[in-house]
Design a binder for this molecule. Structure first.
Ligand SMILES: Nc1ncnc2c1ncn2[C@@H]1O[C@H](COP(=O)(O)OP(=O)(O)OP(=O)(O)O)[C@@H](O)[C@H]1O
Ligand SMILES: [Mg+2]
Ligand SMILES: [Zn+2]
Length: 367
């Protein structure tokens, strides 16, 4: 941590513009989905075109990992389709009653907009109810039906939806969102315009975190350590929701430094590293307890092992330090010493790579 920041009396900031900390409201505020948004824009132009031939696809499927914007984008689309005064280029006006109602989370009481989460209501009744609502004539030009977590719908629920998608009413626009598109079935998939959202890259994550710090929380760049954001981006992973929550925790605990990040989100690789070192000291029980007591789920531990293997082989063997290195808080000498000690014991003993792969297998099997 730099001296300047360590001496800073951290005053917990209050959000300068609280709205920026909420769900993005415009498609242009959605981070890291440029290809997807172009594709969605084309879908919208088609779907909102009154002269559009009846057979073109009016069902959008958004798929991708957790916390990357599926529900957010679906609601933005619903808003655009139903806004009373859409602007050029398919943007919602932001001021009409519909736009105001879409600012609620979840949006409520909007004519012509129906949203169900199949995670909560998976049965055929819920889906049939959605379909029945969608078949009634709209008050405006369109009706939007959004089935969130669509893969969780029961088989009969999916059949009910499929039936309506086969003979859609001319005003109906369906949006489905799912983390597991393969579970929807081929028939449903073939009726959808499928847009895959991509997991945020490191650049996307850093951009998102910086924007949340500076615009959302009103923190000038000199009041936080950029390395703290890098560390968070590596440790929290490819999920904007979790990144936002983690950043807010760090800012609230403050100051926003690597020390604060390390305290609140300890490096999962630390336990792996200690285990490997204990093994080299012939302390088998220490090596095992470091692994067993390490925090995290088996999957997280497996991922930690793999990162350790990669980080060590790059930094230790090849002398390369990668950008956004998950081992950035472990001194290079310690990594290189570990690799050297493992290498020195080959072939009588186990190689570092074999040891780490065995650990990963052990955790995989003990799930
Ligand atoms: N692409 C993005 N750009 C900016 N913020 C995002 C993005 N994706 C998600 N967020 C933030 O994360 C929160 C959760 O996003 P959202 O509910 O849209 O994710 P999701 O993909 O539907 O996740 P899940 O699969 O868990 O339902 C949003 O409120 C928003 O603050
Ligand atoms: Mg969602
Ligand atoms: Zn509007």
């Amino acid at each position: 941590m730099s001296d300047d920041l360590s001496n800073l009396a951290w005053q917990r900031p209050t959000p300068a513009q609280p709205t920026v900390l909420e769900r993005p409201r415009r498609i242009t505020d959605v981070c890291g989905q440029e290809d997807a948004t172009r594709d969605i824009q084309a879908f919208l132009e088609d779907a909102l075109d009154p002269a559009r031939p009846k057979l073109r696809c009016r069902t959008l499927l958004l798929s991708g990992g957790a916390g990357i914007g599926k529900t957010t984008i679906a609601r933005i689309l619903g808003n655009i389709a139903l806004c009373w005064n859409p602007t050029e280029g398919h943007q919602a006006c932001g001021t009409c009653a519909i736009c105001k109602a879409f600012q609620e989370n979840p949006p409520r009481g909007i004519d012509d907009y129906f949203e169900i989460s199949a995670a909560e209501y998976s049965g055929v009744h819920a889906m049939s109810h959605l379909v029945a609502l969608m078949r009634r004539a709209p008050l405006g030009r369109f009706k939007v039906g959004f089935a969130d977590e669509a893969h969780r719908a029961s088989r009969t629920g999916k059949d009910a939806l499929l039936k309506d998608l086969e003979e859609p009413s001319p005003y109906a626009i369906y949006i489905l969102a799912t983390t597991e598109p393969d579970k929807l079935g081929a028939a449903l998939l073939s009726r959808c315009h499928h847009v895959r959202l991509r997991p945020p890259s490191m650049t996307d994550r850093l951009h998102f975190l910086r924007r949340r710090c500076e615009v959302g929380w009103g923190l000038p760049p000199e009041t936080y350590e950029p390395a703290a954001l890098e560390r968070l981006a590596v440790r929290v992973g490819a999920n904007y929701r979790e990144l936002a929550a983690a950043l807010d925790r760090c800012i609230t605990a403050g100051p926003l430094t690597t020390d604060t990040v390390d305290r609140l989100f300890p490096n999962p690789l630390a336990a792996c590293l200690c285990s490997a070192e204990a093994l080299l000291d012939n302390d088998l029980s220490g090596a095992i307890s470091a692994l067993v007591e390490a925090p995290g789920t088996p999957d997280e531990k497996r991922a930690a092992m793999q990162s350790l293997l990669l980080g060590l082989s790059l930094a230790g063997v090849r002398g390369v330090v990668t950008p956004y290195d998950p081992l950035s808080d472990v001194p290079l000498e310690r990594r290189q010493a570990l690799v050297a000690r493992f290498d020195a014991r080959r072939p009588q003993s186990v190689s570092l790579a074999t040891y780490l792969e065995d650990c990963a297998r052990f955790w995989g099997a003990s799930r």
